[in-house]
Design a protein around this ligand. Structure first.
Ligand code: MG
Length: 373
């Protein structure tokens, strides 16, 4: 790894793991975290979970797995340029979506509603639960026993009522402190990835059109540059080229603006970073353009009637599964029945949240459909 700046997270200034382990040989602590995440069952399930489109709608749409890989790629580029800890960023970005329910935001909202009387459901908190408790692979501990800073990066925000559930990780929310720059940039890498791949997937699906996107300044500016340079380019390639250039602009802008923020704040070490205002960010112009694009995607893609119909089915599926398990705990697999005895409805939430899209659909059929064969 390239030289780290003094205010980067490193194995030396890490708050370490909840359960002591001997330092790894031949790799850094954060490479070890990254490796544990990649080998987890929750990571493999990301392949069959979606954000906007349901898994069976098409092979070329992003899944949470390919999304996470894109976030990791963008995050690492930014980290390397800023002299921050690339391994930590990779670990955070690969883990950031581990706690997501099936069916994207519709699934999360539905499960949150179902869990209203039992403490609610938050995907960030669930991601932390996956790496802290739910993965069962190691002899000496539950979860993955990740470093504090990796867990801090996963826990990007939390509602006030859930702060006590976080233990030491909750301190910074109470004290209004910022997480590491690695955690801050992971968040931006997430945003850069989904805004751009949702444009790409949205166009591919036909739910949004090139014509509509020409009204959006960041897209039209980059499209025009591509068209001027390659007037004969077929449409699909033109879209790829435009999206590729948009990602490049965003990454470059984020690096430039963050470098200047960091210089202005004169941070010298990690405690300075925690005490400073957020230092990773876009320039004003790009920030405005990003908001415009986000609003466009929200109004035209995420609220497109075909997506809303799918979300409605997703919500219905989660609600019915939850209601059935709540009414008759013996419908749960034995392992979760046992967990229910100690943890109540959280056990049902864990079971449902762990499902992939297709597993949830199958489970729904197993519970509610009588079929031959
Ligand atoms: Mg994400």
């Amino acid at each position: 790894m390239s030289q780290l700046v003094a205010y980067a997270v490193s194995s030396n200034n890490s708050r370490g793991r909840a359960i002591h382990e001997e330092p790894p040989v031949g790799r850094s602590e954060f490479q070890r975290d990254r490796d544990r995440i990649i080998h987890s069952a929750a990571f493999r399930r990301l392949e069959y979970k979606t954000q906007v489109f349901v898994n069976h709608e098409g092979d070329l749409f992003r899944t949470r797995l390919t999304h996470s890989l894109e976030v990791a790629q963008i995050g690492r580029s930014i980290a390397r340029n800023l002299g921050l800890n690339e391994d930590l960023v990779e670990a955070i970005t690969l883990a950031h979506d581990l706690g997501h329910t099936p069916f994207g935001h519709a699934g999360q909202d539905a499960l949150n509603e179902c869990m209203r009387d039992y403490g609610g459901f938050e995907h960030n908190l669930q991601s932390l639960r996956v790496v802290d408790v739910l993965e069962e692979r190691y002899a000496a501990f539950d979860g993955l026993n990740l470093c504090y800073e990796t867990r801090e990066g996963i826990m990007k925000h939390v509602t006030r009522k859930n702060i006590p559930k976080l233990g030491a990780l909750g301190e910074r929310f109470v004290q209004h402190k910022r997480p590491s720059l690695e955690a801050q940039l992971a968040n931006f890498a997430d945003e850069i990835a989904y805004n751009n791949h949702d444009v790409d997937d949205g166009l591919r699906s036909g739910l949004i059109t090139l014509q509509q996107l020409q009204e959006i300044s960041i897209f039209s500016r980059h499209l025009k540059q591509v068209q001027d340079r390659y007037p004969q380019l077929p449409e699909r390639r033109m879209v790829y080229e435009t999206v590729r250039n948009m990602i490049n602009t965003l990454v470059t802008d984020l690096i430039r603006q963050s470098t200047s923020n960091i210089q202005d704040a004169a941070v010298e070490n990690l405690s300075d970073v925690h005490a400073a205002p957020p230092l990773i960010g876009f320039s004003q112009q790009i920030k405005k353009e990003q908001q415009e694009l986000k609003k466009f995607l929200f109004d035209n893609l995420y609220r497109h009637f075909r997506v809303v119909r799918m979300s409605n089915k997703a919500r219905h599926t989660i609600e019915r599964l939850f209601a059935a398990f709540s009414a008759e705990v013996q419908l749960l697999p034995v392992k979760y029945q046992k967990k229910f005895e100690h943890e109540g409805h959280q056990a049902i939430a864990d079971y449902i949240a762990g499902m992939t899209d297709r597993y949830a659909i199958k489970e729904y059929q197993r519970l509610f459909t009588i079929a031959e064969g």
